[in-house]
Structures are given as structure tokens and as C-alpha cells.
Design a protein around this ligand. Structure first.
Ligand code: BES
Ligand code: MN
Ligand code: ZN
Length: 500
């Protein structure tokens, strides 16, 4: 990731300079730069009709004074500047900094918090997954490695940056996981990468086929049984409030512990559909059918990385959904962890089978304050909300309201859809407790109703993120590809309501 540092405001002598310009055309170091370059900056603003509107940029090449370029980024009304606008400004800036090894952002006019958010936007937008490009010429690679952010109080800005850097690291981890092809990232490999998070102080436990069989994860194992790659369930725990649980002395009662918050992710490392196989066109997208799990892993890394004052558990159900001689058949009946039986009428409705077992296990084992699951669950959710909002469902209005607000604050937007008995009735099976599909009408909702049957009385929300975890176009702080949607959203939920 971009190497970010903070220092006192002073005109740099080389490299690129980013000016954050408000709609009165005022900016830290603007007068000094303009003077040093003989008025080149104000002439360029006039010629480009640059007015400092948020989202606009004006690039001035070789303006003099030793600078390679000045990138002016509009931030709009100075008194309406938010963390989100500051991040977007940082993101817009780095797009124009590919040809410089080092750049300076003049953020001395901003609060230290906002300066740190500019750094976050720059870090997030400069993400690139280039592990498999072996023939790319050095001159074609983006050069930017160092970003110096000028701030009124560099020490305080750095303090504000520390937790944001942990969030950025979590986002990068998620994007790496989601970008990996499925021949590399199978369930065992993803579990290994989760295990590596022990270095952050997370407690990581990996359940393999033996343990899962013993525990009775019949629905998840049904999905997995057609694949040559074994399933894994990974439990990641962060004890930011209570520290590691202490084993009680013989005969003594265990200390009462705070209830953890819990996050559950669908981790289908590849979804062919199974015997109910998907059409060939676009099937490669199903490498990111583990993006819900990817977000949970990045979120847990972020919470641990910033030492969040919360007890949290993250559980991911990792399987590959393949057709084969050992695969589950349409019509098969599986027994879930909860004891409820499921008639599998379509093996492509596999995500809900994975979530059913993991959610029931989480509720029974960790007594969480709430469970939030993330899953690329239905194409129907993409039809409903497109690629702008994730859809969600909840059995609790307070949690729903908190999630919605966290979405607005981070830009990872969420829209609530209903749960109701009339939808639930459609899950009735002729042979088992329920079937795993319904008709097409409302099928993102009926999928949520299916999952609801496995959460019991636990406070819960289900985020169907099928439309928002992968993007085919660049956005301000998210280059095209894996977005890591959910990491910042849920980190914010925790920070605003569940810490301390
Ligand atoms: N992983 C898919 C959902 C999906 C589709 C995510 C496209 C992202 C892009 C899921 O497992 C699935 O196949 N869902 C089916 C359910 C149907 C068989 C009831 C769907 O949405 O078509
Ligand atoms: Mn599927
Ligand atoms: Zn799927």
C-alpha cells in the first residue's frame, strides 16, 4: 500500500503537489504555489474554468518551481466538507499521480481528521491487484509509492490516521481475497489466509470436514460434497473488551463475559451452480461468490488492527459448489445444523444452505448481541437495486436503522426490504421442513425468509450484497474490480454503536 506520512505545511521542491481547493478557490499553499510558478496556477484555473466544485480536478503539468505537476482537486463548500468528500478528493487526486514516485497533498487548511480521510481515499483508490502480471513493463506500472500529507498538526493527523490505516489494510485484504482466481483461492487456502491474522491478535479456529460432519453441518456439507476441494469453516475472534477468556478453576463458574457482536460471511470460492449448472456466459464472475466472507475477514482484520474496544466474532463458511459424481442432486434432502431438514430443489441456491448452518452454529455457540450476515445471495437483488445499494433485511428496527446510517456515512449504501409471513409460506416442501427455492417473484426476499429460519430469536440482519461487491467501472475511492463493500460499513456500525 501507499506509504503515507504527515508533515508541516511547506511548499515541496520536487514531485507532484495536490491542492485541495474549495469553491471560493482557496486552498492551503495555493497562494505560495501560484507565486512560485509565476501565476501558472491561477491562469490554469481560469483557462479550465475550474471552480473548486467537489469531484472536479484541474491538472497543471510542469508549472515551474521544480514541480512535475499540480493536481487541483475540488472539495466544494469548505464548511460542508465531510470525511466522505475528503476521501473522494484523495481518490480523485491519485488518479493523476501515476507518473510520480512521490507526491505531496497540501491539507494544512483541513482539520487533522479530514486530512487523514484524504489519505484514506488516496490509499483506497491506489489499490491494484497485479500479482499475475509478469510481463508488464515498469514504465506501464503506476509509480506512486509515497504520499506526504501536509497538516496543521502532523502528529495529531498521524494519530487520526492510525485507525484509518487499519481499515485500509482490511479493505486491501478483502480486495485481494475477492480478486484471487478460484484455482488459487479454494476453501483451504482462504482458511490459511485467515489463520495468518493471528499475528494481529485474532484467535482463529479452522473447522474441516471431520469436525463439520461431527457437528452436523449437513446443509453446508451438501453444497461442498461435489468438489475435490474440502470445505472449511473459520471462526475468528477479537477480544478487544474482555481479553482472552480465562479457563475457570475446577469447580468454579466461568466469569460472565460480554456478548460479542457477530459477522457471518458466505464464502463460496466458486459457484458453478452444481448439478443445476449455470450458463457458461459470465460464470467467471462466480469466483467472487466468496465476497461476503472476504468482507468479514477484512472487517475482523480492521477491528483487530485498530484495537477496537469490542468483542467480535467473525465466521465464514467456505465451500466450492461443483457438479460431479459425488455432487448433491436436485431433490436431495439434507439435515442442517439446527436439525431442520431441507429439500434441495436447485443446487444453485447454495448460499442459503451455507448460511443456514453457520448462522445456527453462531447463535448456539457464541450467544451474540446480534448477527449480521453478508452474502452474494441472489441475482434478484441485482435486478432490484442494481449496483448502487446493497439490500438488507432485519428482524430488529434499531439494528436496521444503525446499518442504514453507517451506509450513509461510509458511502457503502444499504436499502431495507421487507420480511413477512406471506413470503415465508412459499418455502413449504412436500417432503422436508422446507425447500431451498421458491418461484421468481420476490426471490431475494424469500431467500432472506429461508435464512431467517436459522437465526432463532437472535437480533439479526442479512445483507444481500450480490450487486455491490464487484464493480466494472472505477469510482472515486474504488478502482474497478473487488470493492470490499461491507468492511467500512460494518467497521462504522461497530465504531458508532458497539464500542466501549
Ligand atoms: N451466487 C449466486 C447469486 C449471484 C448471481 C451473485 C449473480 C452475483 C451475481 C447464487 O448462489 C445463486 O446462484 N442464486 C440463484 C438462486 C436461484 C437458483 C433461486 C439466483 O439468484 O439465480
Ligand atoms: Mn448459486
Ligand atoms: Zn452462490
Amino acid at each position: 500500500m501507499l506509504d503515507i506520512s504527515f508533515s508541516k505545511s511547506a511548499l515541496p521542491k520536487t514531485g507532484a503537489l495536490v491542492l485541495l481547493v474549495d469553491d471560493h478557490l482557496t486552498a492551503d499553499l495555493l497562494p505560495a504555489t501560484d507565486e512560485a510558478t509565476g501565476g501558472a496556477i491561477s491562469r490554469a484555473f481560469a483557462a479550465a474554468e475550474f471552480k473548486g466544485k467537489a469531484g472536479t480536478t484541474c491538472v497543471i503539468l510542469a508549472p515551474g518551481a521544480g514541480l512535475s505537476r499540480v493536481v487541483a482537486v475540488g472539495i466544494g463548500k469548505a464548511d460542508a466538507l465531510t470525511g466522505k468528500i475528503a476521501e473522494e478528493a484523495g481518490g480523485h487526486a491519485v488518479v493523476h499521480l501515476n507518473r510520480d514516485a512521490a507526491a505531496t497533498v497540501a491539507a494544512g487548511g483541513l482539520t487533522v481528521e479530514l486530512a487523514a480521510h484524504v489519505a484514506l481515499g488516496a490509499a483506497l483508490r491506489s489499490y491494484r491487484f497485479d500479482r499475475y502480471r509478469t510481463t508488464e513493463k515498469a514504465e506501464d506500472k503506476p509509480k506512486l509509492a509515497k504520499l506526504a500529507v501536509l497538516a496543521a498538526s502532523p502528529a495529531k493527523a498521524k494519530e487520526a490516521w492510525v485507525p484509518l490505516k487499519a481499515i485500509a489494510d482490511g479493505v486491501v485484504l478483502t480486495r485481494d481475497l475477492v480478486s484471487e482466481p478460484a484455482n488459487i483461492l479454494n476453501p483451504a487456502e482462504m482458511a490459511d489466509r485467515c489463520r495468518a491474522l493471528e499475528s494481529l491478535g485474532l484467535k482463529v479456529e479452522v473447522l474441516g470436514p471431520k469436525e463439520l460432519t461431527k457437528l452436523g453441518f449437513g446443509a453446508l456439507l451438501g453444497v461442498s460434497q461435489g468438489s475435490a476441494n474440502e470445505p472449511r469453516v473459520v471462526v475468528m475472534q477479537w477480544h478487544g473488551l474482555s481479553g482472552e477468556p480465562v479457563k475457570p478453576k475446577k469447580g468454579a463458574k466461568a466469569e460472565p463475559r460480554p456478548q460479542p457482536v457477530a459477522f457471518i460471511g458466505k464464502g463460496v470460492t466458486f459457484d458453478t451452480g452444481g448439478i443445476s449448472i449455470k450458463p457458461a456466459g459470465g460464470m467467471e464472475d462466480m469466483k467472487w461468490d466468496m465476497a461476503g466472507a472476504g468482507a468479514v475477514v477484512g472487517l475482523m482484520a480492521a477491528l483487530a488492527g485498530r484495537r477496537a474496544k469490542v468483542d467480535a466474532v467473525g465466521i465464514v463458511g467456505l465451500v466450492e459448489n461443483m457438479p460431479s459424481g459425488t455432487a448433491m442432486r436436485p431433490g436431495d434432502v439434507v439435515k442442517s445444523y439446527s436439525g431442520q431438514t431441507i429439500e434441495v430443489l436447485n443446487t444453485d441456491a447454495e448460499g442459503r444452505l451455507v448460511l443456514a448452518d453457520v448462522l445456527a452454529y453462531c447463535a448456539a455457540t457464541y450467544n451474540p448481541r446480534f448477527m449480521v450476515d453478508l452474502a452474494t445471495l441472489t441475482g434478484a437483488m441485482i435486478v432490484s437495486l442494481g449496483h448502487e445499494y446493497g439490500g438488507f433485511f432485519s428482524n430488529d428496527d434499531t439494528l436496521a436503522q444503525q446499518l442504514h446510517a453507517a451506509g450513509e456515512a461510509t458511502g457503502e449504501l444499504l436499502w431495507r426490504l421487507p420480511l413477512a409471513d406471506a413470503y415465508d409460506k412459499q418455502l413449504k416442501s412436500d417432503i422436508a421442513d422446507m425447500k431451498n427455492i421458491t418461484g421468481r417473484p420476490g426471490s431475494a426476499i424469500t431467500a432472506a425468509q429461508f435464512i431467517k429460519r436459522f437465526v432463532g430469536s437472535t437480533t439479526w440482519a442479512h445483507l444481500d450484497v450480490a450487486g455491490v461487491v464487484w464493480s466494472t467501472k472505477d469510482a472515486a475511492t474504488t478502482p474497478k474490480g473487488a470493492t470490499a463493500y461491507g468492511v467500512r460499513l460494518l467497521d462504522r456500525l461497530v465504531a458508532d454503536h458497539y464500542e466501549g
